[in-house]
Design a protein around this ligand. Sequence first.
Ligand code: IPM
Ligand code: MN
Length: 363
Amino acid sequence: MGKFKIAVIPGDGIGPEVTNGARKVLDRVGEAYGHTFACEEWLAGGIAIDATGEPLPPATVAGCRNSQAVLLGAVGGPQWDRLPGDRRPERALLGLRSALGLFANIRPAVLYPPLASACPLHPLIAARGIDLVFVRELTGGIYFGASGRRDGSLGPEAYDTERYSVMEVERIARTAFSLARSRKRRLTSVDKANVLESSRLWREVVIRVAAEYPDVALEHLYVDNASMQLIRRPDTFDVLVAGNLFGDILSDEAAMITGSIGMLPSASTGAPGTPGMYEPVHGSAPDLAGKDAANPLAMILSTAMMLRLSLQLDREAAAIDEAVSKVLLAGYRTSDIMDPQAGEHDLKRVGTQEMSDLVAAAI
Ligand code: IPM
Ligand code: MN
C-alpha cells in the first residue's frame, strides 16, 4: 500500500479530457491495489498564459519538483500562435524538461494486433509486427543551442545551433544501451554524421559507449535513411537513439506506422530519484477539443509508464497495459483508430470518457 504524490498538468486542447480519462484509470488502480495517488493540478501552457501571463508559472515548476512524478496532457493552440517564441505555450514543455533535467525521452511504438488494419503500411509489412522504442535526447541539441536574429551578409537572418557535449551523448547512449539490454539487445543510433560535426561527435561517443555493452548489437543510420527504413523494415528495429530534433521527427513517423499518434505514450526521465514526466506524444489537437472525441489511450499508457518507471509499481502498470489490450480486443475504438472497412457490429465507436471508463473497468 503506497501513497504517491503526482503533479497533474492538464494543459490545453484535448489535454484536460485525456487527463481526466487517465485519472479515472489511476483511481481504479488505487482502489484495486490499495494505493493512494494524491494528485495536485498545476497550470502550464496556454491556459497558464491566460491566467497568469506566462506559460510556465514558477509555482508549477515548484509543484512538479515537489512530486514523485508529473502527468501532462498537452499544451498549445491557435489562439496563442502569434505570441513571440519565448512566450508561446510550447515554452512550458521545454522549460519543464530543462528545469527537471529530463534528458531522456522514451517513446515506445507498438502495433497492437487488433489495430493492424489501422497501420498505413503494406499489409505484408504490418503483418510482421512493430515493437520498437525511441530514446530521444530531450534537453540538448538545436532545441537549446544559441539562437536568434541578426543582420547577415544577405540582410536580416535567423539561426539555431545544433550542439552536443560528450557528456550529453554518453548519458543518453547509456540509457539507450541499458534499455536495449532489457529487450532484444539491438540498438540503432541515428545521426547525420556524413554532414554535421555534432553528429560525428555523437557517433564517436556512441561507439565508445558500446564497448560497455558488448551484448548489444549496434547499427548506425543516417537520419534520412532511418526515416526510410522505418517504413520499409519496421519489424527489425528494437531500440533507436537520436538527438532532440531527429528524435522529434522520427518519433512522429514511428507513431503513425502503429496506426495512430493517439496510441503513443512517452516518459521523460532524468537523474535517478528525481520526478519523471509522462505525456502522450500527440499534441493538443485543438480541432478535437471539447468534443469527447480524442483517444485517451496514449495518456492512459503514459500513466502506466509512470507507475513502472517513477513509482516502481510494475504489477499495476502491467494491469493497465493488459486492460488496454483487452478493450481493443473487445472491439472498442475511438474515431482515430476506427477501421472504416469494418462493420459497426464488429467494432464499437466510443468517446474519450467511455474509452477511459472501459479501461478502468477492465482493471
Ligand atoms: C513533442 C512536441 C514538442 C517538441 C513541442 C510541442 C515543443 O512536438 O513533444 O514531440 O518538439 O518536443
Ligand atoms: Mn514532436
